[in-house]
Each structure stands twice: as structure tokens, then as C-alpha cells.
Design a protein around this ligand. Structure first.
Ligand code: NAD
Ligand code: UDP
Length: 336
């Protein structure tokens, strides 16, 4: 159960977070520890890093385990957040077969572990299950338009198959499942080199390099700050009823060009914006319909894009400074 502020109340639980050393996973582990739980982070460090959870290692309620989610595992647990999967298109297309295996076999392993211990599982699904959508914004009832043989299919179809496994375990009474359809999320601890729009643009702006907008930049996305997403995930996991797949994201939609321009402004960078070819199957528009999350979870994104970008820029600047890669000039000048 969660209280009115979304905090877990009641007994302390033992919680497994697969992909716990990644961007989203590390923030989730932090939150679950703050709520008083024991947390096991399972990760193969393929796109995440132990550095993301180094600050949690002091806790006696936190364990970090290096292993592949696609290999069977067993932990006595009450909850599983199944996040293990590369998330950026550049990363998941590097080894597409492995991406499919991670999402399909990894989810099967996580479900089997949940089944053995009577645990509940939350599956980190994605807006990519809607593909390049003809329905806008995308409600949970929209079945999507995914190219099953395209370069994004390893991820999109992997996640769709994972959803189907969760639902089958659920229908057969084998494990209680929740499905979070996560829309573009950003914040501190995104990998600097993961190739996503937010991370690329911030790094490029801070280094004084050209910002690479793909296509005309007229394609849209809706960017959710990490704290809002984590709140939604915890609320969904602890919701007493099985509410089916739920979109989690921020419904404020911007074009990719607007995002690049905002990042140039906030960093105070002199970088130019340049245009590069649009990747294959790149969705033209994306915005979550979040009425279900609002109604059933009381979910409401609180962090405005400008605010979230500001915090993210500060953390990226610190990381690049640490690597001796950017100067202190051009501090972002956001007031509120
Ligand atoms: P990330 O790459 O930072 O984190 C993924 C983590 O999973 C990494 O630590 C990685 O090392 C680990 N991992 C990958 N394959 C693994 C395997 N076979 N075994 C064990 N660990 C493995 O990405 P993220 O943005 O934190 O995404 C986390 C989850 O949320 C993913 O499932 C992703 O599909 C989902 N999601 C994220 C977004 C977003 O915008 N960030 C949007 C939709 C869905
Ligand atoms: N994008 C871009 N320049 C970049 C990286 C991404 O223009 O350097 C575009 C990408 O083509 C897509 C959008 O930004 O239209 C969001 O890309 P991202 O990889 O962040 O997430 P996606 O929503 O595609 O999974």
C-alpha cells in the first residue's frame, strides 16, 4: 500500500530490481531504500554501471549482484521490478538478438522467480509498443503500429512479448503482474554516451559541439523527469487492484527541434544545430494519454521540462568536469 504521498507504508519488503544499476533502476533502488525496503539490484552492467549505485552500497539493506537476467536466478523476494534491458535505440540495436533475448527470456526468468516466491512483478514496458502511432495521444487501449521486421523490432517486439508473458502468468494465477508503459524519461545518471536525444544534446551543448537533430526535428516526444516516473512505478506496483497496462509519462509534447533549442538556451552554449538523416522507423509523434494513471494511481507529473533539464544539465556538467571535458563557463541561468 502507498499513502497519499505515494510512500510505501506497512511492512518492509525484499525487492529485486533487475537493471538496478541503470539510469531508471538506480533511482528506483534509491527510492525503495528510502522507503525502508531491502533491495537487490541485479545487473550485467552492459549499459548501466556500478557507479550509478555506489552511493547506495553503504546501506546494509542493499545488494548489487552482477548477472545476466537471461540466465535463471532465484531470490526470496516480495516484489520484482523488471527493468533489465537496454533502452536507447543506439544501444538496443548494437546487439539486437541479445536485446530480444534479454526482454523475452529475462522477463520469463523474472516471472518464474516471482511465481516461486508468491511475489508481485512490475514490468518496465515502453511507449515503443505503440510503434509509429496513428492514434494520438496514445491510450492504453491502442494496439499500436509496430514494424515487426524493422531495426527497432528487437526492442519493440521484445517488450510486446514480455507484456504478453506477464499477462499469461497473471491470467493463469502464477504471478501477479503490473505493466508500466514508460514514455521517454530523462534525468541525472543517464549514460552520457547512450545516444538518446536528451543526453546527446546536453553533452554536445556542454562540449560546444554541434547539436545533431535527426530529420527536420518536427517529430515529437513527451519527456518525463525521472522522479515523476519513479513515483508512478511505485504507485502502480503497490496498487491493490490489477489495473492492466498503464501509461507513465509526461503529456507535455515538444518537437525534437524545440528540445534542442531549449537545451542550447539552458546551457548558454554557442553550439549550432545541424540536421542529420532520420533513423529508420523513427516514430513521428508520441504523447501519453495518462488519464488511467491519474484516475487509478493519482499520478501527476510535477517536474516541468525546463526544471528537469536544468537539473540534468547540472549533473552532466559535473560529470564532464570530473572527466576534464568542459569548462565552468556558461552555467545554466534558470531561476525557477
Ligand atoms: P539503462 O540502459 O540505463 O538501464 C538498463 C539496465 O539494464 C542497465 O543497467 C543494464 O546494464 C541492464 N541490463 C541490460 N541487459 C541486461 C541483462 N541481460 N541482464 C542484466 N542486466 C541487464 O536504461 P533505462 O533508461 O534505465 O531503462 C530501464 C528500463 O526502463 C528498461 O527496461 C527500458 O526498456 C525501460 N524504459 C525506459 C525508458 C526511458 O526513457 N528511459 C522509456 C521506456 C522504457
Ligand atoms: N534524436 C535526434 N538527435 C539525437 C538523438 C535523437 O534528433 O542526437 C531524435 C530521434 O531521432 C528521435 C527523438 O530524438 O526522433 C528521440 O530519440 P531518443 O533516442 O531519445 O528516444 P526514442 O523516443 O526514439 O526512443
Amino acid at each position: 500500500m502507498v499513502d497519499a504521498n505515494g510512500r510505501s507504508v506497512g511492512r518492509s519488503m525484499r525487492i529485486l530490481v533487475t537493471g538496478g544499476a541503470g539510469f531508471v533502476g538506480s533511482h528506483l533502488c534509491e527510492r525503495l531504500l528510502a522507503d525502508g525496503h531491502e533491495v537487490i539490484a541485479l545487473d550485467d552492467f552492459s549499459t548501466g554501471s556500478p557507479a550509478n549505485v555506489a552511493h547506495l552500497m553503504r546501506s546494509r539493506r542493499f545488494w548489487l549482484v552482477e548477472r545476466d537476467v537471461a540466465q535463471p536466478f532465484d531470490y526470496e523476494i516480495d516484489r520484482v521490478y523488471n527493468l533489465a534491458s537496454p533502452a536507447s535505440p543506439a544501444r538496443y540495436q548494437c546487439d539486437p538478438v541479445r536485446t530480444t533475448i534479454t526482454n523475452v527470456v529475462g522477463t520469463l526468468n523474472a516471472l518464474s522467480c516471482a511465481e516461486r516466491h508468491g511475489a508481485r512483478l512490475l514490468q518496465a514496458s515502453t511507449s515503443e509498443v505503440y510503434g509509429d502511432p496513428e492514434v494520438h495521444p496514445q491510450p492504453e487501449g491502442y494496439l499500436g503500429r509496430v514494424n515487426p521486421i524493422g531495426v527497432r523490432a528487437c526492442y519493440d517486439e521484445g517488450k510486446r512479448c514480455a507484456e504478453s508473458l506477464v499477462m499469461d502468468f497473471h491470467r493463469q494465477g502464477r504471478a501477479s503482474g503490473r505493466i508500466a508503459r514508460i514514455f521517454n524519461t530523462y534525468g541525472p545518471r543517464m549514460a552520457l554516451d547512450d545516444g538518446r536525444a536528451v543526453s546527446n544534446f546536453i553533452v554536445q551543448a556542454l562540449r560546444g559541439e554541434e547539436l545533431t537533430v535527426y530529420g527536420s526535428g518536427s517529430q515529437t516526444r513527451s519527456f518525463c523527469y525521472i522522479d515523476d516516473l519513479v513515483e508512478g512505478c511505485v504507485r502502480l506496483m503497490e496498487h491493490p487492484l490489477e489495473v492492466g497496462p498503464v501509461n507513465l509519462g509526461n503529456p507535455v509534447e515538444v518537437t525534437v527541434l524545440e528540445l534542442a533549442q531549449e537545451i542550447v538556451r539552458l546551457t548558454g552554449s554557442a553550439s549550432r544545430i545541424v540536421y542529420r538523416p532520420l533513423p529508420e522507423d523513427d516514430p513521428r509523434q508520441r504523447r501519453p494519454a495518462i488519464e488511467l494513471a491519474r484516475r487509478s494511481l493519482g499520478f501527476e507529473p510535477r517536474v516541468a521540462l525546463r526544471q528537469g533539464l536544468y537539473a540534468t544539465i547540472q549533473s552532466f556538467r559535473a560529470a564532464l568536469l570530473g572527466a576534464g571535458e568542459c569548462s565552468r563557463r556558461g552555467e545554466p541561468a534558470l531561476a525557477s
